[in-house]
Design a protein around this ligand. Sequence first.
Ligand SMILES: Nc1ncnc2c1ncn2[C@@H]1O[C@H](COP(=O)(O)OP(=O)(O)OP(=O)(O)O)[C@@H](O)[C@H]1O
Length: 247
Amino acid sequence: MMKTVVELQKVSFTYGCHPVLNDVSLVIETGELVGIVGPNGAGKSTLLKLIMGQLKPNQGYVKIFGTDPCKLKEKYRIGYVAQKASYFNHQFPATVKEVVISGRAARRGLFRPFTAHDHQLVEQTLELVGLKDISNQPVGRLSGGQQQRVFIARALVSEPEILIFDEPTVGVDAAAQTAFYKLLQDLNQRKNMTMLIVSHELEGLSSIITRQVCLDRHICSCNCHNYTSPSLQEENCSKRLALQVVK
Ligand SMILES: Nc1ncnc2c1ncn2[C@@H]1O[C@H](COP(=O)(O)OP(=O)(O)OP(=O)(O)O)[C@@H](O)[C@H]1O
């Protein structure tokens, strides 16, 4: 049965006196793979921060798993993978396995020793994301695409109920991008994992998402059944996006 994972109702957000989001309503249900697209400065990352409870709306409300995200105690229920640009540098000494198992600490508590179950889960996840053969290599020496998989694995071992990505394919080559999207599609289909992805890479993204939301301070278009905002301006938003893709 479909369950609501994320809900925003009439959300507005302002940084100081700079309005960023206006009257945004959106519902995401279990198993959806939602792509959020929009021009630079449209408020996409701000929307993710509101959903993860890093920011509070000025108006309206945000819920995740039926709760105010700022009050959510089990943060591990949200898996977040940041931009590729913020990944490890070449000197970073920890191995793939060490980085991935650190994702279990969020679930178990920081100072509790890892169990056989934790190690088993790490092995299974490394297999799932195709990193098993290089699990003892230092992460700093991996390619951008491989590092990205390490971060997905790290998020997955905390057994999240939603995975959130902010611009995950920035700086990753075309082949790694294709492999990345394939992995997300597999996770979505095999594990019914709910995902929310902010991206400018419309081409690769559009082949895997179950729904596209176009944001430009408010939601311009949303090809879904449960969105109710009256302000549909699809044509306008598509034109701005087309300009951005050509750029
Ligand atoms: N901490 C902040 N303080 C003040 N203004 C901010 C802050 N973070 C973002 N902004 C502004 O809010 C607006 C929306 O930013 P946001 O990063 O959410 O947009 P975005 O759609 O993710 O953009 P991009 O595609 O360029 O990453 C921008 O005008 C940005 O300059």
